[in-house]
Design a binder for this molecule. Sequence first.
Ligand code: ATP
Ligand code: MG
Length: 358
Amino acid sequence: MAARTLRIGLIPGDGIGKEVIPAGRRLLEALPASLGLKFEFVDLEAGWETFQQQGVALPDKTVTVLKNECDGALFGAVSSPTSAVKGYSSPIVALRKRLDLYANVRPVKTVVSAPKPIDMVIVRENTEDLYVKEETTRDTPEGKVAEAIKRISQRASGRIANIAGEIALRRQKIRATGSPSIHRGPLVTITHKSNVLSQTDGLFRSTAREVLTASPFRDAEVAVEEQIVDSMVYKLFRQPEAYDVIVAPNLYGDILSDGAAALVGSLGLVPSANVGEDFAIGEPCHGSAPDIQGQGISNPIATLRSAALMLEFLNEEAAAAKIYEAVDGNLSEGKFLSPDLGGTAKTEEVLQDVLCRL
Ligand code: ATP
Ligand code: MG
């Protein structure tokens, strides 16, 4: 069988992004040849440092190369100035827009042997809702009044529900390969507040339900539940093991995904992917962590898991499963843990341990 070659853009960004993205590259290079995968890497720039050098945080070249030459990418982290700087805006937000990466996918997982195992994925709609940023302020006799548009479309709600369903099915497939799991069957929970926002969240809810209860998800027996977002937060903390895939509009998804990340202890463990029709960017959830930069102690696991997640969306499930298994092995043995997890291992030692397990 001819090996498939994947071309991956590497955007380290700022701070510890420069430490963890090289670890992600080495992980991909170390995947066993039997998987039939080859990688080519392209180094690309974005971030605060890039802005200071070039006057733009996201050079056009980065976008063009990703669009025209790459299958996927790994994005590290970017520092942002503490107060607004003229001309600077977040490059990852811009990238999501320019590549139409409409889904933000965030798995939150403990090792299966943990006292309270958690294994969920939050799938957040990434293009609309209150984040269309159409805000206005006007003066009234009673003082200022500010308003924001919350836009929910059938199209965006439908495609996010669809990808949530696909993720549920794929997780089921990865479980079937023997990866340990706490879930029995695929389950998608639709999050909304349609008891109050009957039109906007109502449309999200009904569209998502329609998609998820139709073929192919119905045939594969994907269970569909709904939950109002406030009670969801409560249950997320009381009974996180109950969730498999959660699908949510932009704002609730943003809040839920940071909340869920807190359940597993360190930001250094939580991956994400920004996904479009035929492109995926793996991105660790943490920021540039200037407080630990340069000490060689940043936890690479969020990035390693992000690389696996990217591979899942490039239809390389076997390679992804291999990485998840190696990372879980490292965590459950607990011999090489970075300081954020209470260990003393350096970034390099954690990486070496994971590579050995591949
Ligand atoms: P930014 O402004 O770029 O978000 P930050 O100062 O908010 O930077 P975060 O990256 O969000 O920093 O991290 C918050 C805390 O979590 C920091 O104390 C940081 O050291 C820790 N942390 C984040 N990522 C990691 C990691 N990969 N390994 C170890 N510790 C981490
Ligand atoms: Mg931060």
